[in-house]
Ligand binder design. Structure first.
Ligand SMILES: [Cu+2]
Length: 412
């Protein structure tokens, strides 16, 4: 496949596409995905953020050997309309498999979507690094660049949007578009801004928030999704850029030399059509019921240290947190080291209570939460159904692959 000009790259791909085909489903749909592993190594498909049975989570507990098939079966829950994604989650090889090209978007549609009439774009962000012959650059783990990748989380200088470098999106003056943005990068945390204009945040990983929030920039952690509304504020024929602003997630000793460089992600081109009638954005998007803190049955402590969680490396034979269906819990997540670690919980959406003691400004459903260096956050989660062994981990893939992961057992 040709990913960068002039050379071909040996890749892994879903149905021969990078990103893989977008899965569009409705709330209530019974979904069956027939999957065949034609790769030379074991893999899984993890449906990131989707609330589904343990057997269909595609975690390291259910590897699919080369040449084997598996059906992933689940029912899309009511109220889960939003933007998700899928990617491999095999034991210790997730960063490699995603770096080779395995990732794709999922859109869940709901029956009462107040933004259904807006034109929309799905933007899957990824980055990569190539050798001069076009091969994806995975340095030997024992080499100096390999150990930097391992500590930093592998990044690359080529930024892709839906597999393209700096694509153009057309917008008419006065138009409002809904952009669903997925961070499919292995280690890169984006700080997104539109040059010269603000945007409205309307959704997080678990779907719409209650009302739009005006923003000038947003930090998007690995694995995280947002939905924003972009307004065509430019004059006909003008253009602006979606930028990735510098964001210092790094430890000083492995911080990339060019980390302070602002990068272009895509061009927003205003068409030459005359301006259209202004579109009214709904003031209310949906209602989110806060999880009830008076029902909390346990408070868990999760400490992110140097490549470990609570001082331990991942062990699939160990249960780190044991609970049961129906329980509501608060997790206190603390990052005690000098680089960011984005937290991901499988299977269940949570709500953020506070970060560093500051109450979260609005309600939102999430499955990803960046925990910046030397900071903490509290989340609340309810295990309403689906017993099983669920992973929680850092979503910098090099950290995850080296054991920065734990097991949550939800008993029936
Ligand atoms: Cu990490």
């Amino acid at each position: 496949m040709s990913l960068v000009p002039g050379v071909t790259t040996s890749v892994f791909a879903y149905n021969d596409h990078i990103p893989g085909p977008t899965l569009v489903v409705n709330e209530g749909d019974h979904v069956i995905v027939h999957f065949t592993n034609d790769l030379p190594e074991p893999t899984t498909v993890h449906w990131h953020g989707i609330h589904l049975p343990f057997e269909s989570d595609g975690s390291p507990f259910h590897p699919i050997a080369p040449g084997q098939k598996r059906d992933y079966v689940f029912t899309v829950p009511a109220g889960s309309a939003g933007t998700y994604w899928y990617h491999p989650h095999p034991d210790r090889r997730t960063g490699f498999a995603i770096g080779k090209g395995l990732f794709g978007g999922i859109i869940v549609r709901g029956p009462n979507d107040p933004l259904r009439d807006l034109p929309e774009q799905l933007l899957v962000l990824s980055d990569n690094r190539f050798l001069s012959d076009g091969a994806v650059d995975f340095p030997d783990a024992q080499s100096a660049p390999g150990s930097v990748d391992e500590e930093n989380g592998r990044e690359g200088p080529v930024l892709f949007v839906n597999g393209q470098v700096n694509p153009t999106i057309a917008i008419r003056s006065g138009e409002v578009q809904r952009w669903r943005i997925v961070n499919a990068s292995a280690g890169r945390i984006y700080r997104l801004a539109l040059a010269g204009q603000s945007f409205l945040l309307v959704g997080t990983g678990g779907g719409l928030i209650e009302k739009p929030v005006e923003m000038k920039e947003i930090v998007l952690a690995t694995g995280e999704r947002v939905e924003i509304l972009v307004r065509g504020t430019g004059a006909p024929g003008s253009r602006t850029l979606l930028l990735n602003l510098p964001y210092d997630r790094y430890a000083p000793q492995t911080r990339p030399r060019d980390w302070q460089t602002t990068r272009d992600l895509l061009t927003l081109q205003t068409t030459t059509d005359p301006p259209m009638q202004p579109v009214t954005v709904p003031a209310r998007l949906r209602q989110i019921t806060p999880l009830d803190t008076s029902k909390v049955t346990a408070v868990r402590t999760v400490v992110f240290g140097q490549g470990m969680i609570n001082g331990k490396l991942m062990d699939m034979g160990r249960v780190d947190i044991s609970t049961h269906v129906g329980a509501t819990e608060i997790w206190e997540i603390e990052n005690v080291v000098g680089m960011d670690h984005p937290f991901h919980l499988h299977g269940f959406q949570f709500q953020v209570l506070d970060r560093d003691g500051v109450r979260e400004p609005f309600l939102a459903w999430k499955d990803m939460l960046n925990i910046p260096k030397h900071s903490s956050a509290r989340i609340i989660v309810r295990y309403d159904e689906y017993p099983g062994k669920w992973m929680f981990h850092c979503h910098i893939l090099d950290h995850e692959d080296h054991g920065m992961m734990g097991v949550l057992e939800v008993k029936p």
